[in-house]
Design a protein around this ligand. Structure first.
Ligand code: GDD
Length: 433
């Protein structure tokens, strides 16, 4: 891959946000041969060889969340995932009256045999998973029957545990309703490029779609941004500006469903339910690690968190789920910004107005609480989780070596601890500290 180095960056405490990077060549060939002349090291374009991307992919799990998608669509998505990644499918497809999951699993395992890949496929509501999570001390996403709740976020939390137990260093997410296998392939290559470039153990890559095609007056129109993203990005940037004292537009991927992280970062971030999970990555990062009130992880202060945003070349075409769905997604995204203990009153007021004028909430004064928060997975007992799951059909894939493992005592800063702490009014708090 040939990719430009980020032009701009914004620092927020130990977090480094890089501006969107453009890809010039999706494939720039194999590693340089001995007699080949290397280009200038300081070039603004970086060439990442095929082998370097593969090296990352061998250590990466790609999570494919599924809920009642067409099997042909999922099959296309799987075909786009580079061979060396471990694929984990977390399905919440219906089991009654027709057992869609059973059909899905059979069909995908069949395809997996042709790909020569051992797919890890689970159903989100498998009681064995709920029981294992409870014994590991992570019962937050379980319902009263001890079963994992519905929701993409809940599926993502479950898959983060599984990817960790598979011993993977990186985790990436690809929605199962993507019509272009070529786009899927590109996203994973871009995840790998960003993670390869990162110098920190705590890194994240988010895809900024090049375009989203739509039919407008019988013609194809390539819209630049999704309808929810525009609003999410605006308010995330305003939140950053409140603290740095400088206006910014650095964040362009607030809703990015396509994203990847180092496991070190993934296990230290809190989650929020449903479709607010992606913008909440940023909020959780700010709340826990921007060093506004406190920073519990000295290692993060030392190494920093690196967030890359990479613009893809393929258009993003996925199942269209209607206006109400986009409104719900937008509300969930803005709700987590609004409810953050770090949000100043002025920003909260603007969020309410924005939602009200878009007919998403009924009153300009308040919004109904819908989002639920879940803590980071770092403090639960992985050993117990592994033990509980080792007799499952996929047990032999959970190979993380836990012989020297002790459950973490390094409690992260809990969200609740932030509540009641005053929002620093002073701008430029970084300099003021
Ligand atoms: N395991 C699991 N459990 N998967 C689910 C669930 C669930 O309860 N609900 C939905 N999914 C799967 C879908 O099958 C799909 O593959 C993926 O999660 C995304 O869900 P969609 O409902 O299709 O969301 P979207 O395409 O409108 O939104 C996507 O893009 C947004 C950015 O525009 C999502 O990735 C959002 O999270 C993202 O913010």
């Amino acid at each position: 891959m040939r990719i430009e180095i980020p032009r701009e960056f914004e620092r927020f405490g130990p977090i480094m946000f890089y501006d969107v990077q453009k890809v010039y060549e999706l494939d720039s060939g194999l590693i340089y041969k001995k007699n080949e002349t290397k280009p200038e090291e300081q070039s603004v374009i970086k060439r990442i060889s095929y082998e370097s991307l593969q090296e990352i992919q061998e250590q990466m799990a790609i999570i494919v969340p599924v809920r009642n998608e067409k099997i042909k669509l999922i099959e296309g998505v799987l075909s786009g995932i580079p061979h060396h990644c471990q694929i984990i499918i977390v399905s919440n497809s219906s089991r009654e009256e027709v057992d869609r999951f059973k059909i899905e699993k059979n069909a995908l395992e069949h395809v997996g045999a042709f790909m020569k890949k051992n797919l890890l496929i689970v159903h989100q509501k498998d009681p064995a998973l709920g029981k294992a999570l409870a014994s590991a001390g992570y019962d937050y996403i379980l319902d009263e029957d001890g079963i994992v709740k519905n929701g993409k976020c809940e599926g993502m939390i479950l898959s983060t545990f599984l990817a960790h137990l598979c011993g993977k260093k990186y985790i990436g997410f690809i929605d199962s309703d993507n019509y272009f296998p070529g786009a899927v392939h590109e996203y994973v290559q871009e995840y790998s490029a960003g993670l390869y470039n990162s110098k920190s153990d705590y890194s994240m890559v988010r895809i900024a779609w090049h375009s989203k095609p739509k039919i407008v007056e019988s013609n194809l129109f390539f819209a630049k941004r999704g309808r929810a993203s525009e609003h999410t990005n605006k308010f995330l940037n305003q939140l950053v500006s409140h603290y740095t004292g400088y206006g910014t537009e650095i964040l362009k991927t607030g809703n990015a469903g396509e994203h990847a992280m180092s496991m070190e970062l993934a296990k230290n971030l809190d989650f929020s339910s449903g479709y607010s999970i992606e913008p909440y990555h940023f909020i959780s990062m700010f709340e826990r690690f921007a060093a506004i009130h406190d920073n519990p992880l000295p290692e993060i202060l030392k190494q920093g968190i690196e967030v890359y945003q990479i613009e893809s070349r393929n258009p993003h075409l996925h199942e269209v789920k209607g206006d109400e769905h986009v409104k719900d997604m937008s509300k969930a995204a803005l709700e987590v910004i609004y409810r953050s203990p770090l949000a100043p009153e002025s920003l909260k007021k603007e969020i309410l107005e924005d939602l009200f004028f878009r007919n998403i909430i009924e009153s300009k004064e308040e919004m109904k609480k819908e989002v639920v928060y879940y803590p980071a997975i770092v403090n639960c007992d992985l050993k117990k989780l592994q033990k509980e799951l080792q007799n499952q059909p996929y047990g032999d894939q959970l190979t993380l070596d836990l012989s020297k493992y002790k459950p973490s005592k390094k409690e992260g800063l809990k969200r609740d601890q932030l509540k009641g702490k005053p929002v620093p009014e002073e701008k430029n708090y970084l300099e003021a500290k």
